[in-house]
Ligand binder design. Sequence first.
Ligand SMILES: [Zn+2]
Length: 123
Amino acid sequence: MLNLAGTENQVYFGTNLYSDKYISKGLIKISDTFFDETEINKIALVAPTATLIEIEDYEITKKQKVQLPQTVEKIVKCFNPKCVTNKEDIPTLFKVIEDHKGTMKLSCHYCEKTMTKENIEFL
Ligand SMILES: [Zn+2]
């Protein structure tokens, strides 16, 4: 999703790490990389509790929680095969909504189908 497979930067992955707040946490550390808004939105969609930290010369220079965007344009494919965005060259557009349980869902602007995180496929 972040195209790290082709990167030549140093990448460090951690999983099942100790967390004060959650049962456990994961960590991805990438050298010399700054994510743009699209990439940050992708992270927010799959990991809404993620925190982004920038480190320069061993010091934390920026720490921010990701925020779910109100709309998602182009970056996600509609899971409805009959949706016009899967038949014609139309960029996808979704409204980000939360159901009564607080579960994040994406509502397609064109076919009005809603999908959950499990159905998300990035373009
Ligand atoms: Zn659709």
